[in-house]
Structure formats: C-alpha cells, structure tokens
Design a protein around this ligand. Structure first.
Ligand SMILES: *Cc1c(COP(=O)(O)O)cnc(C)c1O
Length: 387
C-alpha cells in the first residue's frame, strides 16, 4: 500500500481518508484497488523480510488496504489487525490480560462478549467483575479492587451499549484505569470512528465487529483491533497467527469496499435515526425510546461531550408487552426482522427472543438498526405496524 504521509493524513477528514487511503502506489498502469490475493502460500525467500507474506494465515497482502484505512479512521499510528469475526477480535483483545488477571466489563455488553468472558473466568484464565457501565463510582471501585481483590488488569468499555444504549464516562474511566495500570479496550462497533474515537480518550485498544457498519451490507463477517502501542499490536498478530482467526481475502475485499462509504452512510444513518427517535417518542404505542441523541435520554449530556453523533441504533419499548413487540416486527414491510445491525437495510429485533440476552433488557424492547432508506418511508412502515 502507498505510505501516506502521516502528518498530512491526520489533517484529512474521515470521509476523505475512507476513500483515498489503503490504495496501491499511484503509478502509471497500476490498479486503483488492492488486488485480491487468493493464495494460501507464497514462494519462499532466503530471509523473509518483515511485513512480507509467507503464509496467508500469518499475513495476506490483500488485507493491507483495509488494515491501513481502519487504523487511520481510528486515528491510530498503526494499521488495524483484522480477524475472521468481531468475536475473534474480542478474544484476541482479552488474551492480552495476563493469566489470572481481572477483567472489568459492563454487565450489558454484547452478549457474546460476556459469554466469552464468563467462559474464561470459569476456567480460571481470568477473573471477571461485571459492572453497570453508567455507574461511574461502581466502575472506579471495581478497577481499584480491595482486600483480597487485585486491581483490574483490563477495563472493557462498550459505549453505547448494545442494546440498552447506556453511555460510559470514557474520560473518567481511562483516568481511573491508568491509575491502577489496567489496559483499556473499547468496543466501538455501535458508534464507529465517525462518531467517537477512543484512542483520543487514551484507550489502548479499539475493537470492532466489522461485520456491522464497517462492512455495512450484511454480507460478511470480520473483526478488527487497532492497538495504541506496538507491543499490543505484535501480541495481537501473534495471537491471530496461532489461533488461526484470519479473515478470508474475499471478505476483506468486501470490507474495504464497504468502508469507502462508511462516513457517508453514518452521516445519513445518524440523521435518519434522530428524526425517527423524535417521532417515536411521541407515538402513543411506544412506552419508552432510548437514543442518546434525544434530549430526554439520561445519556444525552455525556454522549454530547464525547460523541459527534449518537449513531444509528434506537431501542424502543412497546406498550402491550412482548407479544405487541413481536407483532410489530412481523408487520413491517421495509424493516427486516433479523438480528445484527449496521447494514444499508433497516432491521429490527426483539432482543429478549434470545435466551442469552440479559434479563435486564425489557422483554418488550425492540432494537432498531436504521439503514439508508428514506426516513419518511421508514416512519410510515413503523407507524402502520404500531397501529
Ligand atoms: C455483533 C457484535 C459483536 C460480535 O461481532 P461478530 O462479527 O458477530 O463476531 C461484538 N460487539 C458488538 C457491539 C456487536 O454488535
């Protein structure tokens, strides 16, 4: 990939970086896009130069474009490490905790993340403390530890949380984590770097399910981690190599293609979500709307101080309980009843239909992932379903 001047790149807008970075060197006759290298192995070199592919599980030249763009979008000084799914990326990030070290994690984090942490805690690989991520004092105490409880080794931040949309006080938590020497990892899947950039808060790791907004078209699985320092970056690449969680060249091709329009999509998605959240707030069939961009939301002020937009996920609680929520999901014609989020197509889902979902999530809560259809059309579809 072309080595762009980092000083110049850091002055560019995200929309420009998303389009221009991660391309082959601009030479007469050169391809505009990175080539897709469908190769498991490469002819041996006498001494393999660092950064050159030898076997595709270690490194694949067709990944470098997407790795570079994600690193730059997050404002990092190094490329992202790509994984075969968001969960594989989360597994790699958690592996940086030393044996027996304690992980502090929001009790309302993505349910797969919690399941993984609980599994690792059950085998003794890590110790685990679950906290309310919007309870700042509780998080501070959990980080510090106490009699018989070591200080935390890692703080996991998910903000906003999926699907309750609580917002973490990132600046306060990074300071508290630093003071006990804990690493800070942020799952930035919901906000994307378009709306918040955790490395600027001082986070050590930014983690993504790239299957969501980065890919953006519900057609691939991938994960990414951007590390703030080279030690963590090296450890993540070593973990991927040994655990084999490398994505395929075709998925990464689709991923980079999706990322080219990420800032444009997020701008439209954020604006549509705010419009819909406001309309939903005054709908008689809706009991509660959670969206950090609404002035009535408890997280509004905090979200405004650390995010440049509230994103594309809205949670609504429907009057009449889970049956009414399911009925709405079944009656919409544009909104797709499906799990996942972040695609161009709007989706909705009653989260408690999953047995693994936290009991704290109301059973009449629908998570809405706003896509790129016109907000007017989306509103009429919801309104007819709610009536
Ligand atoms: C979907 C999701 C994940 C898991 O990512 P996969 O790509 O499905 O493995 C992790 N965190 C959040 C916030 C998610 O929404």
């Amino acid at each position: 990939m072309s080595q762009s001047d980092p000083d110049q790149t850091s002055r560019l807008s995200l929309a420009t970086i998303a389009v221009t970075a991660g391309r082959p060197p601009r030479e007469p006759g050169a391809p505009v896009n990175p080539l897709i290298s469908l190769n498991s192995t490469f002819v041996s070199r006498a001494t393999p130069p660092p950064g050159q592919a030898a076997y595709a599980r270690y490194d694949n030249p067709s990944h470098h474009g997407a790795e570079q763009v994600i690193g730059l979008l997050e404002g990092g000084s190094r490329s992202a490490v790509l994984f075969s799914s968001g969960m594989a990326a989360i597994d790699a990030a958690i592996s940086l905790i030393p044996p027996g070290g304690r992980l502090v994690m929001p009790s309302h984090a993505y349910n797969g993340t919690i399941a993984l942490a609980q599994e690792l805690a059950a085998t003794g690989r890590i110790a685990l403390t679950l906290v309310g991520i919007d309870q700042t004092d509780q998080v501070r105490q959990a980080l510090a530890g106490g009699p018989g409880l070591d200080p935390a080794a890692m703080l996991w931040i998910e903000t906003p949380t999926n699907p309750l949309l609580e917002v973490a006080d990132a600046a306060a938590f990074v300071t508290a984590a630093r003071s006990v020497g804990a690493l800070v990892a942020v799952d930035n899947t919901l906000a994307t770097p378009v709306f918040q950039r955790p490395l600027e808060w001082g986070a050590d790791l930014v983690v993504h399910s790239a299957s969501k907004y980065f890919g953006g078209h519900s057609d691939l699985l991938a994960g990414a981690v951007v590390a703030a320092n080279s030690e963590a970056d090296t450890a993540l690449r070593a973990f991927r190599r040994v655990h084999g969680a490398t994505p395929s060249a075709m998925d990464v091709f689709l991923l980079l293609r999706g990322i080219r329009t990420l800032p444009l999509r997020m701008e439209r998605i954020g604006a549509s979500a705010l419009t819909l959240a406001r309309l939903l707030e005054s709908h008689p069939a809706v009991e509660r709307v959670r969206y950090p961009g609404l002035e009535s939301d408890p997280a509004f002020t905090l979200a405004k101080s650390q995010m440049t937009g509230a994103g594309g996920i809205i949670a609504i609680e429907v009057h009449g309980g889970p049956a009414k929520a399911d009925a709405l999901a079944a009656r919409t014609k544009l909104w797709v009843p499906a799990t996942s989020l972040g695609g161009v197509e709007s989706m909705l889902e009653r989260r408690r239909r999953w047995p693994a979902e936290s009991g704290d999530v109301p059973d009449n809560l629908l998570r809405l992932s706003v896509g790129l259809e016109l907000p007017d059309d989306l509103w009429h579809d919801l309104d007819q379903g709610l009536r």
